[in-house]
Design a protein around this ligand. Structure first.
Ligand code: AVI
Length: 329
């Protein structure tokens, strides 16, 4: 049974000087109203995202899991061939349920490496440090808690070996095309020629399959989007009424941009704390998130524009998803 969390323990209200407050007000006062999707992931959002990953419409997780669980021998072989001796750094490691297959394969192959999982959540890192060595005896692990680039800098100070970066889960899709380019260029600056990057891309496919993934029949993705409004209510003392908004995912098969909006169902006023008032017109759209879909040519172009050379690609059986291996040039 799917459980949608409705009430979480009340949290302490954040002051009007907090970064969260600042970002929310900045987004809601922009000409095209938006919210930064990084704020989806509070405790309730984490639970909802776990549930999304189990929805049958949300094929992305299953496709990438299929790649990692069935092709880790080939992926490990490619890493060993292109990098020789290396350490493994995972950006946004989460619970490592996909990467564990690769970690195990490398151990079975007798590769001497350290796994550096990076995650913004200290909780996630603590759990990984506790659980992974039990599941994978002999694994050398050093968790790094923080923003990607700051933690990557730390990893660079801890090891002089070549690096293999894992950036999976189609997280790159949560940047628009220009921002993805910018991200890859920045990432490249923390790496050396010969280092490798394994990135997960969700591929363009029938538009309805994509739309369904962001509009599951059970309403989990809808609840995931609404949770951000609830979070703003909880943490910033706002009075969003989610019954006055509609979850509205869109997909443009031309550009590959899958964008989610919340549509205001009426003219309305929302208060945030004591001092901020936001007005919504009927049918006004609040932009929540992009999940960009790629063609294979577009993944190659992204590599070429940002200092990488594609060296291998791994697919699920349906060719809906790909993990691309790029080498730093
Ligand atoms: C984390 N990220 C890759 C997910 C995606 O598919 O864009 C986030 C998500 N949003 C709604 N469903 C899933």
């Amino acid at each position: 049974m799917t459980v949608i969390p409705t009430a979480f323990a009340p949290c302490k209200r954040k002051p009007a000087t907090s970064t969260f407050y600042h970002d929310v007000v900045q987004g809601l006062t922009a000409p095209q109203k938006y919210l930064d999707p990084k704020y989806f992931y509070d405790a309730a959002g984490d639970v909802l995202f776990q549930q999304i990953m189990q929805c049958h419409e949300y094929y992305l997780t299953g496709c990438e899991m299929e790649i990692l669980s069935s092709q880790s021998p080939q992926i490990a072989q490619a890493l060993q061939m292109y990098a020789g001796s290396f350490d493994l750094v995972e950006l946004g490691a989460g619970d490592a349920t996909k990467s564990i297959h690769l970690l195990k394969q490398l151990l079975d192959n007798g590769v001497d490496y350290t796994y550096f999982p990076i995650d913004i959540s200290v909780n996630v890192i603590n759990q990984l440090e506790k659980n992974l060595p039990k599941q994978l005896p002999g694994l050398q692990l050093q968790g790094l808690n923080g923003e990607y680039f700051q933690a990557l800098q730390q990893a660079n100070q801890l090891t002089s070996r070549k690096k293999v970066i894992l950036f999976m889960g189609a997280n790159i899709g949560n940047f628009n095309v220009a921002a993805a380019r910018n991200f890859c260029q920045q990432l490249r600056q923390y790496l050396q020629p010969g280092d490798l990057l394994l990135t997960g891309f969700d591929l363009k496919k029938h538009p309805q399959v994509i739309l369904n993934a962001y509009n599951d029949a059970t309403g989990i993705t809808r609840a995931f989007n609404f949770n951000l409004l609830h979070r703003i209510n909880r943490e910033l003392g706002a009075d969003f009424d989610t019954t006055r908004f509609e979850h509205f995912p869109t997909y443009d098969p031309g550009t590959g941009a899958c964008k989610s909006y919340l549509i205001s169902l009426e003219d309305q006023v929302v208060h945030i704390g004591d001092s901020t008032t936001i007005t919504f017109a009927e049918n006004e759209a609040l932009y929540m998130e992009i999940s960009q879909k790629y063609s294979l040519e577009e993944t190659d172009q992204l590599a070429a524009l940002t200092g990488f050379k594609p060296v291998a690609r791994f697919f699920d059986r349906k060719h809906w998803f790909t993990d691309c291996l790029w080498k730093c040039i």
